[in-house]
Structures are given as structure tokens and as C-alpha cells.
Design a protein around this ligand. Structure first.
Ligand code: OSB
Ligand code: MG
Length: 368
């Protein structure tokens, strides 16, 4: 393929429920959507998962726009690209900025799947026809409300429930939830809110039979996580600490985690995500697909990736209706009995809903 045109749109989608974590609350999902067209007129869509503020990683909507406009788009325009995996080499000279890179790379995978007449899952080597999904629930104002939102998610069929924790909202909350839902597959995500000095908290959480504790310590750490893992039974799952295959290898070799959450945007694209998946499979490390409150485009990519064999634990890809009044794809992502059907149609298997996209677009710019 030879890319001839890229359109960046900034969309703003109001979340149905504000999402609160240890680092703050988001009520609006502002993000960039990329429409990429090649010389044959095949169009692929990509989503940048960077938020408006740099609380999860250092990238923001504005930094991704800058990287795309000034560095990444000029690198791909008019260049012959045979396979999306070539972007790993092509983008190597540009440090990090993984969410920006991933936005383009995802669109190239979409084009590649269409041109090779396969579903995106198939193009990636995914064989599942349905995937098991969980849900990530934000911190609520009261324990009663937290129990209520968990009960709702359980009734909707989600296969595991992830709760956000932060200092002051951890052991007591998890204890009450465990009492109310004795058998529920449950886990906690701290988004780096703790340090090794908090080991007693994790020893107490160890009593609640959690599937895992996600990213308890610093976002760039694997040393202290390895220390903590030696002191607790519950497997540690790394999210923020893993930005590449190299990071995954080091964390696994150090014993910093027993499980890895793979997010396409955090690691620079589907190709790198697949490499991490393959490495973990060889090492016997289970993986699952994380989420960034994506619109339907990013969600479709997550579904295709999760069709790979070592995604053996339910991910955070909840249904469109959990996040938005209206999603930007048709059909929307539907969760039934805790499963999402992996589309078999050519490409991502969901059609971009241009009317909805236009409705949510605040600004756009085309590069060719
Ligand atoms: O840490 O996994 C996380 C959302 C935004 C940023 C970071 C995280 C999350 C989630 C929500 O947990 C996952 C989702 O529902 O998309
Ligand atoms: Mg996380």
C-alpha cells in the first residue's frame, strides 16, 4: 500500500458515567481519530488513545497531534508499505510517543486486512470466534454505590470485575465487596498509587482471593514490583510499566509480575502488542487486553487482538453502551453473557458511522 491521504479528527464524546481512578476523574472522552487512505482508495481507521491530560502516560491529544503532523504522517505519506509490521522499523528513529504511532499503525492494519480479504482478527492470526470480557469500574462516592455498580455489571454478565483502588479506598472496600460477592472473579487496579512502604495494604488485599493486583507501584518501575511480588501471593499484573516487548521481557525475567495487561496504544501498536503476546505465550505468562475508554474503532482493534490464543483472561473491552449514548461504529459492540462475538467480516468488522463521527468532531485536518 501507498498512503496518499490522512485525516485527523478531534472528537469529544461525553461519557455516560464519569470515570474515577487514583489519578482523577474523566467525564469526557476527547481523542483523535485517524482516517487513512491508500492509492487504491482503501480506507482504514485508527484511534489515538491519549487523553487530554497526561495522567496515564506523558502523551496527550495535543502531543499526539504534533507527533503525527510533524513526524509520523510525513514518514508514511507516499511510501510503499507492504505490511503494517514495517512501521516498527520505520518509526524507530522517533522515541516513544507510542499512542501517536499506534493510531497510524492501527489504520494500516485495517487497510491491510481489507486488501488481503481477511478479518482483522484473522490477519493477526486470531482464531477465537468469541472473546470473554470483563469490565473496569471507577471509584464511586460511597461503598453502597460501589456495591450497586458491581451488582449491575454482574447482572449484565461481565466475566470479571476490576475495581479501581487508591490509598484510603482499598482494603475496606475490597473486604465489603468480597463479602457481598464471595465467588466473583475480582481484581484491583491501583494505577501506581502506592509505594513499597505500603506492603501491609497488599498483604491485607492478599486475603480477598483477587485474580490479580494491577500496577500497584510506580509507572516506570519493575524493581520494586519484583520485591512486592515476593512478599504477596496475589499475582501482580503490569500495565503502565510495560511499553514494549523489551519491557515485558525484563519484567518477566525479574519476576515483577505474573500477568501482563496489553494495551495497543501504550505499546505503540498492534504489531508490538502481538510480539508481547507471543513472548508471554512462550513464557507461560497469561495476558489480557486492557482498555482506554476507547470509541468503537479502538474497541474493534482490541476485539481482534483478543482473538489471539494467549489472551486467556477476560479483558476490559466492555460494550459500547457502558461508555456512550451512541458509539461511532455500526453495529455497536454488544456484550452477551460476558462474551463479544469476533466479527468474521473483512476488515475490522464494524462500519464507521460517519454521521456520528461528524456529530462528535470538533476540528479536523487533512494531510496529503
Ligand atoms: O489503568 O487500565 C487502566 C482507563 C483509562 C486509563 C487507564 C485505565 C483505564 C481503565 C478502563 O481501567 C478500561 C476501559 O474500560 O476501557
Ligand atoms: Mg490499569
Amino acid at each position: 500500500m501507498k498512503i496518499k491521504k490522512v485525516t485527523i479528527r478531534h472528537l469529544n464524546m461525553k461519557l455516560k458515567h464519569p470515570f474515577s481512578t487514583s489519578f482523577g476523574t474523566i467525564s469526557n472522552k476527547g481523542f483523535l481519530l485517524l482516517e487513512v487512505e491508500d492509492e487504491k482508495g482503501t480506507i482504514g481507521f485508527g484511534e489515538s488513545v491519549a487523553f487530554e491530560a497526561p495522567w496515564y502516560t506523558e502523551e496527550t491529544m495535543k502531543t499526539t497531534w504534533h507527533m503525527l503532523e510533524d513526524f509520523l504522517i510525513p514518514l508514511i505519506l507516499d511510501r510503499e508499505i507492504r505490511h503494517p509490521e514495517e512501521t516498527i522499523e520505520l518509526f524507530k528513529g522517533i522515541r516513544k510517543n507510542y499512542m501517536a504511532k499506534s493510531a497510524i499503525e492501527g489504520a494500516l492494519w485495517d487497510i491491510y486486512a481489507q486488501q488481503t480479504n481477511q478479518s482483522l482478527a484473522q490477519a493477526l492470526g486470531g482464531k477465537k470466534d468469541k472473546i470473554e470480557v470483563g469490565i473496569s469500574l471507577g471509584i464511586q462516592e460511597t461503598i453502597e454505590k460501589q456495591i450497586e455498580v458491581v451488582a449491575k455489571a454482574v447482572n449484565e454478565g461481565y466475566k470479571r470485575i476490576k475495581l479501581k483502588i487508591k490509598p484510603g479506598w482499598d482494603v475496606d472496600v475490597m473486604r465489603v465487596l468480597r463479602e457481598n460477592f464471595p465467588e466473583l472473579p475480582m481484581m484491583a487496579d491501583a494505577n501506581s498509587a502506592y509505594t513499597l512502604a505500603d506492603v501491609e495494604i497488599f498483604k491485607q488485599l492478599d486475603e480477598f482471593n483477587l485474580m490479580m493486583i494491577e500496577q500497584p507501584l510506580a509507572p516506570d518501575d519493575i524493581i520494586d514490583h519484583a520485591e512486592l511480588q515476593k512478599m504477596i501471593k496475589t499475582p501482580i499484573c503490569l500495565d503502565e510499566s510495560i511499553l514494549s516487548l523489551e519491557d515485558a521481557r525484563k519484567a518477566v525475567e525479574m519476576g515483577s509480575c505474573g500477568i501482563i495487561n496489553i494495551k495497543i496504544g501504550r505499546v505503540g501498536g498492534i504489531s508490538e502488542a502481538k510480539r508481547i503476546h507471543d513472548y508471554c505465550e512462550k513464557k507461560g505468562i497469561p495476558v489480557w487486553c486492557g482498555g482506554m475508554l476507547e470509541s468503537g474503532i479502538g474497541r474493534a482493534h482490541n476485539i481482534a487482538l483478543t482473538a489471539l490464543s494467549n489472551f486467556v483472561m477476560p479483558g476490559d473491552t466492555a460494550g459500547s453502551n457502558h461508555y456512550f449514548e451512541q458509539d461511532i461504529i455500526t453495529p455497536e459492540v454488544v456484550v452477551k453473557d460476558g462474551y463479544i462475538t469476533v466479527p468474521q467480516e473483512v476488515g475490522i468488522g464494524f462500519a464507521p458511522n460517519l454521521e456520528a463521527i461528524n456529530k462528535y468532531t470538533t476540528t479536523s485536518k487533512t494531510y496529503k
